[in-house]
Design a protein around this ligand. Sequence first.
Ligand code: CS2
Length: 460
Amino acid sequence: MTAALPRLNRDVAPNPKAPVRIVHLGLGAFHRSHQAWFTQHAGDAGEWGIASFTGRRPDAADVLAGQDGLFTVVERSDAGDSFEVVGSIVEAVDGANVGRLVELVAAPQTAVVTLTITEAAYGLGADDVPLLVSGAQPTTPLGRLVLGLAARKDADAGPLAVVSCDNLSENGNVARDGVLGIAREFDGGLAAWIEANVSFVSTSVDRITPRPTADDVALVSEKCGYRDDAPVVTEPFRNWVLSGDFPAGRPRWEDAGAVFVDDIEPYENRKLWLLNGAHSILAYAGQLRGHTTVAEALADPVCSQAVEEFWDEASRHLTGDDLRIPEYRAALLDRFGNSRIAHHLAQIAMDASTKLRMRAVPVLRAERAAGRTGEAAARMIAVWAAYVESNPGLQDPQSGAVAQANQLYGLDRIAALVSLLDGGLSRDSGVVKLIEELSAGFVPAAEHAAASGSGVGATA
Ligand code: CS2
């Protein structure tokens, strides 16, 4: 039945194909439900097409190219699903096609480069310096971007904005440091040109977008009457806060609800600590207690209490008149509880050493500086430590160091893990002891079930 349906094509697209003026690195589900969605909903969408490049694998580009960049956004709430075709991606390209990337970054009409390359990728560019120097093709997103910027400089194509959309605090500055770090080693003149011509915009991005499944593909066929091999399922909520200059212009994203601010830090921290921090607690504590999704974990009082206590701690350090923390927390409980969105804890658990540095460390440090224990932030680290003990293969940019730490025992093991997040905290014996105690309270689900029927294996 499905095979007889026409493939999604421009006849059902909302607007004609726009010219490429945005280049994106990191073509994944989140990019499509967020930046591509906002661009489609900008009042001047007709002027802003996105050329989107994949990261490590070509698959997403292959599928999307087969339907001219089009895809369906399925907005899923407790009330039901709504379907919308998004047409702002006008070119979907395999990231290994560095030639096309360079050509587009160097094109004068390109005004913006957006990034969703994962938190971990910002530290990887050094590997690319020898490749760039020898004239070989770079393999990391930032290495590839530097090559594109070199071509833009040579073409005298003018300034542009690089907009990081990864969950890092001060992500614009992190992107700038990463790009300049590579450029300085490669070509000092290029580094100076970047400093003078490239603006690095910081943003806080938010839209929960789990990996799509085969069921989602079947649902779109059934409801929409066409075949879409790359739908994306997301929550109705979306948020984008941006801070920085766009020297070559930008879409009117504010028409779609994006907010432009001078000081992004309070918004960034609110999102990274309250949303992402809670996610990380649920990811490790939840899986240790036998849960699979965010909604399931949140329904477990041990996990939700750990989240609430962390929110109480973090909120003490979130000051700003319009942050509306109680409303934000209430909205998060609703969003996490949206059980029609199966947001898998295993997906959130990955890359912990990078994520916890943003999500747990600042709150823990701030609490200790204020003379308190920081127990709830420490618990986030503790549940990770407990989780990697029984799941040593968890994907992580520092997986080798995590494995080494796992060879140790007790406080030594905890100190080694904490040192991957923050050197100072790992040398604070009070912190290490607290994390060890909290960690011992969380036992894997199997042991849990075998334990003598108390039902609660956590100190939360
Ligand atoms: C999650 C985020 O995977 C993770 O680490 O915390 O992807 C989260 O779903 C998004 O930031 C929501 O905007």
